[in-house]
Design a protein around this ligand. Structure first.
Ligand SMILES: Nc1ncnc2c1ncn2[C@@H]1O[C@H](COP(=O)(O)OP(=O)(O)O)[C@@H](O)[C@H]1O
Ligand SMILES: [Mg+2]
Length: 305
């Protein structure tokens, strides 16, 4: 049954500095969206961090899609880095039903999970995770239903965004914990998105072929992202929240919602348990409602001053 809810069919990317809480936000948002009636797919796009499968409570770590697509170019496979080669990944539109079952995981609520791949398993010399970024940029799962929401848990920092994953998203959430580094990253990401919206071309001087230069430019020009908004995380008190809001407003970044500091979540992460926090569930529900509201009120993307 098609519900046609405000977030139906959207791809939401989660960004932020290392440890800001990207995976925590992804997990609690996935659960709340699922309980609000959306089919939800979580894509683990972080090539460095582990633990998302446990936090989501899936029975097994899904096998890396990098393997499914035949491996990275550095190891003789077909999957290239989108900076060197902006060409779309062949076969990236696929059905979960067609993937071998060990590439697909699902938790007891019914949240799906896929994983792009981890650098740690690729051995020395395979230090570029661009191929994983391309998989995440291009992957389209066709059998999730029209109302599905795809949540992409990105790697820390700006790299994935600079490689063009923003071009494949409808919304970017940037997770901001109470640190200057997290604030700076949110403001930088909002500025980068604003530049893309204004038509600033990506760096292409390294591309030899004019066709690839044109392709890279077109991919960035066609960005359809609606907005980039901050989710505050690990907020201990109202004073800290006010300070973060003030700094973000000064940098031209809107705040979508707040996840407070949980006393139980750090232990759950440490033990590899499924995340369960009534505090964060309630907070995530407000974040989801706010996102639905913003989707209905078609807010244009902001560019930083
Ligand atoms: N809302 C929160 N309250 C308390 N601790 C949190 C919260 N969010 C994250 N943490 C802690 O911060 C650590 C890093 O969070 P994580 O979601 O893994 O960050 P990221 O994915 O951005 O690297 C977690 O192991 C957890 O201990
Ligand atoms: Mg993470």
């Amino acid at each position: 049954m098609t519900l046609n809810r405000p977030l139906s069919g959207l791809r939401v990317g989660v960004f932020g500095k290392g440890g800001a809480g990207k995976s925590t936000v992804t997990v609690v948002l996935a659960e709340t969206l699922h309980s609000r009636g959306y089919p939800v797919l979580v894509i683990d796009a972080d090539s460095t961090n582990v633990g998302l499968a446990n936090a989501l409570g899936v029975a097994h770590d899904p096998k890396p899609l990098l393997e499914y697509f035949g491996g990275a170019v550095f190891a003789g496979g077909p999957v290239t880095c989108p900076v060197d080669d902006p060409e779309p990944l062949a076969g990236a539109s696929l059905a979960l039903a067609d993937l071998p079952s060990d590439y697909v995981a699902m938790n007891s609520s019914g949240v799906w999970m896929l994983a792009a791949g981890k650098l740690g398993t690729l051995g020395p010399g395979a230090g570029c995770d661009g191929p994983m970024t391309k998989i995440v940029r291009d992957l389209r799962v066709v059998d999730l239903g029209a109302d599905a929401v795809v949540l992409v848990d990105h790697k820390a920092g700006m790299e994935d965004s600079a490689r063009g994953v923003l071009t494949s998203l409808d919304w970017a959430l940037v997770v901001v914990d109470p640190t200057t580094a997290a604030l700076q990253m949110a403001i930088h990401l909002a500025r980068m998105t604003g530049e893309m919206k204004r038509g600033v071309a990506p760096a292409t001087r390294h591309l030899a072929s004019p066709r690839l230069v044109e392709l890279a430019g077109r991919l960035f020009r066609e960005t359809h992202m609606r907005d980039i908004v901050a989710v505050l995380n690990r907020v201990p008190d109202a004073e800290t929240e006010a300070c973060l809001r003030d700094r973000l407003a000064g940098g031209g970044v809107d705040v979508l919602g707040v996840l407070h500091e949980s006393l139980v979540v750090p232990q759950q992460w440490l033990r590899g348990d499924r995340l369960q926090s009534s505090l964060l569930s309630a907070d995530a529900d407000t974040v989801a409602r706010n996102l639905e509201h913003r989707c209905k009120t078609a807010v244009p993307i902001r560019s930083a001053p």
